[in-house]
Design a protein. Structure first.
Length: 170
């Protein structure tokens, strides 16, 4: 697996990753996270991904030369209470379901932790959907993050999770 900087040329691939994730969730009756419609063809979603691609914080994981997952780091979303210390915020993490079970998400989160250490930042936070069966929150907990604060955006339940870096960086 290789992790590289993402950019505007990756927009279609990242939209496809979201399409794959949405189809996976819809097939399991779990539409609360990202809805039931593909991201591809939705101008609002495309603009969001284009913004990430141009922001400098996008990284793409490739497996056998194919885009397999995407992480974006940057400022926390406007619905998130700001941290009281410097942080690196994971704005989004998405995996193409063709690569599920191959450690792509963990590798991208590992990159984010390493990036925080390179920047001398001791806190990494992420927010995620906390509805349905809570599996997404449990996923992040399995990656070493701890629950920090529940929140809602409208009726959408979320959880902010955090991971502190040790002085050695992980």
């Amino acid at each position: 697996m290789r992790i590289r900087e993402g950019g505007p040329e990756d927009v279609a691939a990242v939209l496809g990753m979201f399409d794959s994730a949405v189809a996976f969730l819809v097939a399991r009756g779990r539409t609360g996270q990202w809805g039931a419609d593909p991201f591809t063809g939705d101008p609002r979603r495309a603009a969001q991904v284009e913004g990430w691609a141009g922001g400098g914080g996008m990284r793409i994981a490739e497996v056998d030369g194919e885009p397999a997952g995407c992480v974006v780091v940057g400022a926390p979303h406007d619905y998130v209470t700001p941290a009281r210390e410097p942080e690196l915020y994971v704005q989004v993490l998405v995996i193409d379901q063709r690569f599920s079970g191959r450690g792509v998400g963990r590798a991208l989160l590992g990159w984010a932790l390493e990036e925080a250490a390179r920047r001398g930042v001791g806190l990494v936070r992420v927010d995620c959907y906390a509805g349905d069966d809570g599996r997404l929150v449990a996923y992040y907990e399995g990656c070493g993050f701890t629950r920090a604060e529940p929140f809602t955006v409208g009726a959408w339940p979320g959880m902010i999770l955090q991971r502190r870096l040790s002085p050695s960086g992980a």
